[in-house]
Design a protein around this ligand. Structure first.
Ligand code: ADP
Length: 350
């Protein structure tokens, strides 16, 4: 079931924390809400769940205005970061909780609890108490509890952030599998971790200070970010201040050639040039930039170089170098004209 935010504004004590938020999640789509802490992601989720009331705007589920409906009538499953299981209830009773609250017949409750626990691989743990489970297992139970009501929408609020790195990547794969098994369920997934967003989401909504900054597939946001905030939040980015001229730009006293697609409509002569680190080459080439090596990092799959070009830091992600340059040595880096994107300059928040 689809989700639609229509100009939703939420304020706490007069402070606006979600500002005219518009977003549509298609039925069966996984949408990540990605942004720094405090940008309003959880608030947006809680507005869908019905735990906060918008000061203005409407929330629609499956085409129906639910803004005035109480949470339990919205057909929503929710999992938050801290498991939130009832400690005194066994796993099966935790999972049954929402079903009993809905007064489902006993036999159906039993059947749905079994089905939900099987879905998350926890059927053998039905009789345990939460304290007898690991963090990852507790989070699976929380997921089973959310799934037991057969929700049309699943709201996940940083569900993996309490888990260690190894468990996190396992759970991420598990969530992707679950979604394949439940292709009609829409998922709204709050995270500040771009890796989680890139792995799981069909589209990513980037949030910053109560507002939606950008929304698109990971590839769109990566290849053609609309602004410097999105460029640096989704993937690494070299952001160079340039002066725009016809078919090119000036940077640090040099003329750079730009591809026809690079020049978006940027107001005024000042702009920021965005080039992704893996599109920077070492040695001579198009748009050569001479500089000095400041740092060399080995990252398993390759090297990252930090090069100072006239006081600006340029990052280059390169395949593993047999002979990495020494710190302080002069190098030239370069990039192809078509690999650069011009963005509006002077974002006050970078
Ligand atoms: P995020 O999920 O992106 O970290 P939140 O939606 O949790 O952001 O919070 C957005 C802003 O709203 C923050 O500044 C936070 O301090 C504030 N906030 C969240 N919940 C409340 C509340 N119950 N009362 C007052 N302020 C709140």
């Amino acid at each position: 079931m689809g989700i639609r935010f229509e100009s939703v504004t939420v304020a706490y004590d007069g402070t606006v924390v979600l500002d005219g938020f518009d977003l549509t999640v298609e039925p069966g789509e996984v949408m990540a809400l990605l942004g720094p802490s405090g940008s309003g992601k959880t608030t947006a989720l809680r507005a869908v769940a019905g735990f906060v009331r918008p000061a203005s705007g409407r929330v629609h589920l499956a085409g129906r205005d639910v803004t005035d409906l109480p949470p339990h009538q919205r057909g929503i499953g929710m999992v938050v970061q801290s498991y939130a299981l009832f400690p005194h209830l066994r796993v099966e009773d935790n999972v049954a909780f929402g079903l009993r609250a809905r007064r489902l017949p006993k036999a159906e409750v039993r059947e749905r609890v079994r089905e939900a626990l099987e879905m998350v691989g926890m059927a053998d743990f039905a009789r345990r108490h939460p304290r007898e489970l690991s963090g990852g297992q507790q989070q699976r139970v929380a997921l089973a509890r959310a799934l037991a009501i057969r929700p049309g929408v699943l709201l996940l609020d940083e569900p993996l952030s309490a888990l260690d790195a190894r468990l996190r990547s396992g759970m991420l794969a598990e969530l992707a599998r679950l979604h394949r098994e439940l292709p009609d369920v829409s998922i709204l997934y709050v995270t500040h971790d771009q890796h989680e967003a890139l792995t799981l989401a069909d589209r990513i909504a980037v949030m910053d200070r109560a507002r939606l900054r950008a929304c698109g597939t990971a590839r769109e946001l990566y290849r053609a970010p609309a602004d410097t905030f999105t460029a640096s939040f989704v993937g690494g980015a070299n952001l160079l201040p340039v002066t725009v001229e016809e078919h090119g730009a000036h940077f640090a006293g040099r003329r750079l050639a730009l591809g026809a697609g690079a020049a978006r409509a940027v107001p005024g002569p000042r702009a920021t040039l965005c080039v992704r680190p893996h599109l920077i080459g070492l040695g001579d080439g198009p748009n050569p930039l001479p500089g000095t090596v400041r740092e060399v990092q080995w990252r398993g799959a390759g090297h990252r170089l930090y090069v100072d070009v006239d006081g600006h830091r340029v990052m280059a992600d390169l395949a593993e170098l047999r002979d990495p340059p020494a710190l302080g040595s002069p190098v030239t880096v370069h990039f192809a004209p078509e690999d650069a994107v011009l963005l509006p300059a002077g974002d006050d928040d970078d």
